[in-house]
Every structure is written in structure tokens, then in C-alpha cells.
Design a protein around this ligand. Structure first.
Ligand SMILES: Nc1ncnc2c1ncn2[C@@H]1O[C@H](COP(=O)(O)OP(=O)(O)O)[C@@H](O)[C@H]1O
Ligand SMILES: [Mg+2]
Length: 254
């Protein structure tokens, strides 16, 4: 059996357009583990996700991001994906004229170095479509065009189930979903993560989706820093008192 992948963020500092957004974040996610990052709007969660995937606008000024103890900072997003990382965007983009199936086939070919059978891929896609309770006519559609918010989110989970990354970063997979869809999507994420032995870094600012997921570690992020870490008991604490106490403590330090 091959060794489990480990993603490590080490004392990361990141600037976006001349402003420091990530101010010294460290965390380690192993394949098979589920980590959650919670934090108020604007605390830098999406920026952290984009930093891990190598978004071109991100400027790392200090620290490192490593996969299996090797720095990936010098690699572009495509190379990082080939190594087994996956990012589900908070706001998925529409891609003009690219058929959904074509997109998945190309992505999978590129990740696996070719040889992907269209027939097997279709079987896999149909299975995921049924699991996600999407309609079959999805197969003929253009990526994300005219998709509802919920459908976009579901297609991202579909991508994850087809591409089978070692470690997936999910940035608010519950945003824009109604209560039933949150259940369907989280059940799918759980099933794929378990059957593929995936590591998950789940970002959210609501605890709703967490009633369906079983995180091993919860990190609380405020103003570009991890201000608390623990188990699921932290979710209950946040449910009761929100982020106020963290925000006040952060403000008092300045
Ligand atoms: N392209 C950008 N240029 C400059 N600042 C940005 C940019 N995108 C986001 N920010 C700022 O970075 C901070 C963190 O944003 P973000 O990472 O999206 O937070 P979160 O995902 O936790 O809501 C916010 O203050 C936001 O205004
Ligand atoms: Mg965000």
C-alpha cells in the first residue's frame, strides 16, 4: 500500500494586493482525516484554500506549504492537482461552451496521464449523478452554465468523486444549498471520502453541514490566524457563543 499523503501548511503568511491576509497559519491534514476550518466572513479562509492550490494572485511572503514533506510553493495549480490536491471553489466559475463530460474526461486524463476509458467514466458519472440526486440531462449540459447554485455545488462534488484526489479542500460546499441538498451533498462527500480514503479540509462559516460530517480536528480562524483548535466540542461552543470572544481577544491584542 502506498503511504498516506500529508498536506502541511507551515507558518504561512500571504499577501493579496499589498494586504497581509494570512498571518502565520500552520496545520497538517493527513489522508483519511477530516479537518474543519470555521471562522467569520473575511477571516481569510478562502484565501488559505487558494494559497494551497496556488492561485496566481497569492503572494506567499513567509512560511511554506508542503505535500509529503516537499514544498509545493513553486508549482502551479495543475501540478498541485496532479499530486493529488483538489479545490472546490466557493463560487464555481462558468466555462463557455465546455461540455460537462468533456471537461471531466480532460481533467481525469490530465491527472492520470491518459488512458481513461470513456465508458468507465460514464458509468462512474451516472452513478454519482444518481447519488447526488441530479437529473440525467446534466450529461449533455455545458459546465455550470445556467446551473442553479445548488447544482453548481453538486457538480463540484461530482468532480471530486470522479477525480478522486488524495486531499480535497472544500470551500463552503454548503453555500447556496437548501436543507435537503446539504444532506445529500454531505452524504456524498462522506461516502467518497471514506471509500477513497481521502483527506478533507472543509471550510465553512455555518455549523449546519457539520451535523452530517465527523471532523477529527476543528480549527477556528479569525483575522488570518488560527485562534483555536480542538475536537467537535468546539463546534458546540461556537454554536452557543459565536466568534465574538475570539474577535474581542484578537482586537485586544492590537
Ligand atoms: N483579491 C483580493 N484583493 C485584496 N483583498 C482581498 C481579495 N480577496 C479577498 N480579499 C480580502 O481578504 C480578506 C479575507 O477574505 P477571504 O479569504 O475571502 O475570507 P473568508 O473566506 O474567510 O470569508 C477579506 O478582508 C477580503 O476583503
Ligand atoms: Mg470564503
Amino acid at each position: 500500500m502506498s503511504k498516506d499523503a500529508v498536506l502541511e501548511v507551515r507558518d504561512l503568511h500571504v499577501f493579496l494586493d499589498e494586504k497581509e491576509i494570512i498571518k502565520g497559519v500552520s496545520l497538517k491534514v493527513k489522508q483519511g482525516e477530516t479537518h474543519v476550518i470555521m471562522g467569520p466572513n473575511g477571516s481569510g479562509k478562502s484565501t488559505l484554500a487558494k494559497s494551497i492550490m496556488g492561485h496566481p494572485k497569492i503572494k506567499v511572503t513567509k512560511g511554506d506549504i508542503l505535500l509529503n514533506e516537499k514544498s509545493i510553493l513553486g508549482l502551479g495549480p495543475d501540478k498541485r492537482a496532479k499530486l493529488g490536491l483538489f479545490l472546490e471553489f466557493q463560487n464555481p466559475v462558468e466555462i463557455d461552451g465546455v461540455g460537462f463530460i468533456n471537461f471531466l474526461h480532460t481533467a481525469k486524463q490530465s491527472l492520470s496521464g491518459g488512458g481513461v476509458s470513456t465508458k468507465e467514466l460514464m458509468t462512474e458519472i451516472k452513478e454519482s449523478i444518481a447519488n447526488l440526486k441530479l437529473s440525467e440531462d446534466f450529461i449533455g449540459r455545458t459546465l455550470n452554465q445556467g446551473f442553479s447554485g445548488g447544482e453548481k455545488k453538486k457538480t463540484e462534488v461530482l468532480q471530486m468523486s470522479v477525480l478522486k484526489p488524495k486531499i480535497a479542500i472544500l470551500d463552503e460546499p454548503d453555500s447556496g444549498l437548501d436543507i435537503d441538498a446539504v444532506k445529500v451533498v454531505s452524504a456524498c462527500i462522506n461516502r467518497i471520502a471514506e471509500s477513497e480514503h481521502m483527506g478533507l479540509l472543509l471550510i465553512t462559516h455555518y455549523s449546519r453541514i457539520l451535523s452530517y460530517m465527523k471532523p477529527d480536528v476543528v480549527h477556528v480562524m479569525v483575522n488570518g490566524k488560527i485562534v483555536d483548535e480542538g475536537g467537535t466540542e468546539l463546534i458546540e461552543k461556537l454554536e452557543k457563543s459565536g466568534y465574538d470572544s475570539y474577535l474581542k481577544a484578537d482586537g485586544a491584542k492590537k
